[in-house]
Design a binder for this molecule. Structure first.
Ligand code: P6P
Length: 352
């Protein structure tokens, strides 16, 4: 039996004109040209994020071999045990943004307070970045996809390094948001308010290549994602919505909405973005604000989903309208196809 011809990897020779390969750098430059007032600083900031993402991707993909699995014997501000890769990712993004000089202040899940980046000089450092450097870290040791989530604002302060006020802006003020998914392939998906575009890392080139231009939620949702273990502790309205989903599924031969829950926000979100669905992390009696953080999980995902034609609320309010009060504040999150988000909200409004 003859083996199939080996597929040429993407190399200089194989990258002929007809492959229409557009790198992230080329895409960023083309976007910059659409804004005559652009100074190139945002483009540089995205290049800094891309560099850190490639550095983290390399380590995530060989974590088992480079002995950085397991706990780092640290506890973060969330009271969660910090995994070694968490620390690695935090250092990679903070260093890249600090050295890049485009960011004046940095807020991270892994840091108790905001980090002013005094390295920025007056001209640079006009951005504030909020980030979860490695979300889903409980999945690291079991080789389940994990991710980085980031949110970018223009600073309010104009003098020197930035401050907490620069970070505590409503999600509507975001100038960009995105995530890196470290999965079977590494993807960078982001928006600047002009649609959502996905880039896949080509390891042989060390470049992100445009692979999912103009991402839009499919009109028909296929999945609902919720941790069934908390259902006893959620609102009556949400319980009624889940009963409604089960009844709709039972009324047809093939379920309308399949249950899928990975326990890694970036992975669950990415699947629902591509195939349609709703992701729910609700408040409970014990934790009315739920688990997910507003500034570096809910807001960036809300910006992305709205740009892809969907919706994101806390069960009652649009996520991006929420006026933040604290860097690590949490919020319930209902995000995905508008039809399903509106449906669950109607049950919550009716039954609490
Ligand atoms: P639970 C991971 O720890 C995370 O922050 C999100 O990535 C994920 O969606 C959620 O928590 C899972 O939480 O309570 O269902 O295990």
């Amino acid at each position: 039996m003859s083996l199939p011809a080996a597929q040429p990897t993407l190399t200089g020779a194989a990258m002929t004109e007809d492959r229409k390969i557009l790198t992230l750098q080329q895409f960023i430059s083309s976007e910059e040209k659409l804004h005559p007032e652009a100074t190139g600083e945002f483009s540089q900031l995205m290049r800094d994020i891309s560099l850190a993402a490639r550095i983290v991707s390399r380590e995530v993909n060989r974590a088992g071999l480079s002995f950085i699995l397991g706990e780092a014997n640290l506890i973060n501000v969330q009271g969660e045990s910090v995994q070694k890769l968490d620390v690695y990712a935090e250092n990679a993004f903070l260093s890249a943004l600090r050295l890049g000089g485009m960011v004046g202040v940095y807020g991270s899940e892994e840091q108790d307070d905001v980090v002013p980046l005094a390295e920025c000089d007056q001209r640079h450092g006009k951005y504030a970045v909020l980030i979860d450097p490695l979300d889903g870290s409980s999945n690291i040791d079991v080789n389940v996809s994990i991710g980085t989530i980031f949110s970018i604002y223009k600073r309010i302060s104009v003098q020197g390094a930035g401050n907490l006020e620069d970070c505590l802006q409503p999600g509507l003020q975001q100038v960009a948001a995105g995530y890196v998914l470290y999965g079977s392939s590494t993807m960078l998906v982001y928006t600047t308010g002009n649609g959502v575009n996905g880039f896949t890392l080509e390891p042989s080139l060390g470049e992100f290549i445009l692979s999912h231009p103009g991402l839009k939620l499919p009109a028909k949702p296929r999945f609902y994602s919720i941790n069934q273990a908390v259902m006893a502790d959620v609102s009556e309205g949400l319980k009624d919505y889940i009963v409604d989903v089960e009844a709709r599924n039972a009324s047809v031969d093939k379920p309308l909405l399949n249950a899928r829950y990975i326990g890694s926000l970036v992975a669950d979100f990415h699947r629902n973005l591509l195939q349609g669905g709703i992701f729910i992390y609700p408040g409970t009696q014990k934790k009315p604000q739920g688990k997910l953080r507003l500034m570096y999980e809910a807001n960036p995902m809300a910006f992305l989903i709205e740009q892809a034609g969907g919706m994101a609320t806390d069960g009652r309010r649009r996520i991006m309208d929420i006026a933040p009060e604290a860097l690590h504040q949490r919020t319930p999150l209902f995000i995905g196809n508008s039809s399903e988000v509106e449906r669950v909200m109607s049950f919550i409004v009716k039954n609490g």
